[in-house]
Design a protein around this ligand. Sequence first.
Ligand code: SF4
Ligand code: SF4
Length: 260
Amino acid sequence: MKTIKMDDIKKEFPAGMEPLGKSVFHFRCAPDVECYMSCCRKLDLILYPHDIIRLKNRLSISSEDFMRSHTRLGPSSHPFFPAVMLLMSENEDQTCPFLNNKGCTVYEDRPSACRTYPLERAVDRNPSRGRLQEFYFMTKHPYCLGHEEAKEWTVRTWLKDQKVQQYNAANDLWAEIDTLFAGNPWQGEGVGGPRQQMAFMVCYNIDGFRKFFMENKLIDQFKLESSLRRTLDVDDEALLKFGFEWLKHILAGTGSLKLK
Ligand code: SF4
Ligand code: SF4
């Protein structure tokens, strides 16, 4: 396996963007910081499939209802599959719908972007470099006074404190699927055709996919561990993972699923 030194990789980032590595940064976000809650408004906040599962379960509503009431479509990094964005409230400040006068009402289940902020994550997926590598960059908005606080962090301690790892693991699986979508796997149906709609349901409407999964007895079509078979009935995360593998199977003939 070819080994790429950090310096070689850094050369590929745009000028002015330096990965944080192990360096220390200052940040604190809390009710006593003057700008508290000023950032939760007018956001172009992308929601990933895992974010939607966490939020719809937090709100105790179906994924279909969540999509209808809390999201809009937006442009993604390629033309073959849209991004899903959180719909801001229709008030003057266009606040996040989960913001109240005390703060974030879904804090334990807040989306990946809110959780990782003020860091941004970039992932190197070049297969020639072997294992996926991640890099973190600092985002600074002039209104955010958290950077002036004394509390010190490294990337590692920040990610642990914000419980980002589970989100990253789920988002990496999603990114693999989105890379498949970026190759236009719709086989002449075009964007918005039946295959793309099916893929959209798997990724963003897990309750709809569960219904489809059961009605079409997908569980009986593949060789699956009995422990997984039991989990798929009740666990949205497990079903999403299965759904991603199923999409690889039907769209590209790849993935880990084996037909019976
Ligand atoms: S989900 Fe919470 S942290 Fe994220 S923008 Fe909304 S209120 Fe702010
Ligand atoms: S602007 Fe920065 S410090 Fe202020 S509430 Fe938002 S993230 Fe926290």
